[in-house]
Design a protein around this ligand. Structure first.
Ligand code: ATR
Length: 279
């Protein structure tokens, strides 16, 4: 019987996961299909029950469900539980088990851009949702000593900082304030959805200072180059778009579902083709 996989989120129409995973299923000769499911917050619990009842083989989880889904699963793997966010679910003989491949995917992608040792980098994360938490805890686990957070809601940033079991030092800054100094960071990461299609003119914070040598990263991949990244590049930064993280989180999820670690270059080509870019 054909296996069914998918991604749940709201909004979800923009997702490129179906293209990426369906291409892989075909390429590796697997009898499986991957669908996008539009699930609103108030329907999440019912959707999970339904997936279990019909025997969905696995699915990805995106905005805004990555944190809320934890308590709806049968088991959550240790790292995902520490992060407090799940982006990949595997149906293991009828049990829904949650994993987090975002943080590891992000780090793998980031390593290709930075010139310093990751451990020696000072990092600023914008946003304090599930994606931010995954990246924060993965960076802390990798030994990064300074990870500051800029966010609208202090409480959400404080929760991430307090729940991290790895030793690191962090300050919180208000997103609309001017207390933070962008020039002190080696890596600046936008983890909010600000600037995502269709609100492509919005940016999470203004960039007006010289950021030569800084890696500025945006986990958004639609559009490929957000207004935030354009501002950063104009100010001398090395930019890192969301494709790398997206591709590696997908590769790690695909491996959990099938046992095959797929070719990341092939996955990136699919995403770029879908976005209308060069391959
Ligand atoms: P995910 O779990 O996928 O990371 P999320 O939990 O919705 O998504 O997190 C989104 C982050 O972007 C949050 O930190 C949110 O700020 P708050 O903690 O104040 O809610 C931030 N964010 C989203 N839209 C925003 C906006 N319009 N202005 C400022 N911050 C925003």
């Amino acid at each position: 019987m054909e296996k069914i996989y998918g991604v749940i989120g709201d909004p979800i129409a923009h997702s490129m996961s179906p293209d990426m995973h369906n291409d892989l299923f075909q390429f590796y000769n697997l009898h499986a299909r991957y669908h996008a499911f539009h699930v609103k917050q108030e329907h999440l619990r019912d959707a999970i029950k339904g997936f279990k009842a019909i025997g969905l083989s696995g699915f990805n989880v995106t905005i805004p469900h990555k944190v809320a889904i934890l308590e709806m699963l049968d088991e959550v793997e240790e790292v995902a539980a520490n992060i407090g966010a799940v982006n990949t679910v595997v149906n293991e003989n009828g049990k829904l088990v949650g994993y987090n491949t975002d943080g590891q995917g992000y780090i793998t992608s980031l390593m290709t851009k930075i010139k310093k040792e990751l451990k020696e980098c000072q990092v600023l994360i914008i946003g304090a949702g599930g994606a931010a938490r995954g990246i924060y805890i993965s960076l802390a686990a990798a030994g990064v000593k300074t990870i500051d957070i800029v966010n609208r809601t202090a409480e959400n940033a404080d929760k991430i900082i307090a729940s991290c079991r790895y030793k690191t030092s962090s300050s919180y800054y208000e997103i609309s304030g001017n207390e933070y100094d962008l020039t002190k960071y080696d890596i600046i990461i936008n983890t909010t959805s600000i600037g995502m299609h269709p609100n492509i003119d919005q940016t999470p914070i203004p960039i007006e200072q010289d950021l030569s040598g800084t890696v500025v990263s945006d986990i958004i991949y639609n559009p490929l180059e957000t207004s935030f990244l354009k501002d950063a590049q104009r100010n001398g930064a090395i930019i890192d778009n969301g494709i790398g993280m997206f591709v590696y989180q997908g590769a790690l999820a695909f491996e959990k579902w099938t046992g095959i670690f797929p070719d990341p270059a092939r996955m990136e080509r699919v995403v770029r083709t879908r976005l209308g870019g060069t391959t």
